[in-house]
Design a protein around this ligand. Structure first.
Ligand SMILES: [Zn+2]
Length: 101
């Protein structure tokens, strides 16, 4: 058993991740770049700007825990919300049809 615990997320990261991560942190001065409502501004995480497996400096930014968690949760919800919106499209109204002659 590993002390750091294992997530599938970690296993997908490249071997250069720790190096990349420190480059992003230094570039962003260990300051959260998302700066959301609960932001603590001290970055402890590195966030992927575009969701996915593009592990490049251009797609990475420093993020604090609350912002990172919030962004990840929102990205998870967006796919479901989009599908739900397609089902729940409101019926169109035709205000011209009043039935009067
Ligand atoms: Zn933040």
């Amino acid at each position: 058993m590993h002390a750091w615990g294992g997530s599938t997320r970690k296993q997908r990261l490249p071997r250069t991740w720790s190096h990349l991560r420190s480059q992003v942190m230094r570039r962003d001065a260990y300051t959260c770049q998302i700066n959301g409502p609960d932001c603590v501004r001290v970055a402890t995480d590195v966030d992927h700007i575009q969701r996915g497996d593009l592990h490049e400096l251009d797609n990475l930014q420093a993020a604090c825990k609350p912002c990172h968690a919030r962004k990840s949760a929102r990205e998870g919800v967006q796919g479901r919300a989009r599908r739900a919106a397609l089902r729940l499209r409101p019926a169109e109204r035709h205000p011209g049809l009043t039935g009067e002659h």
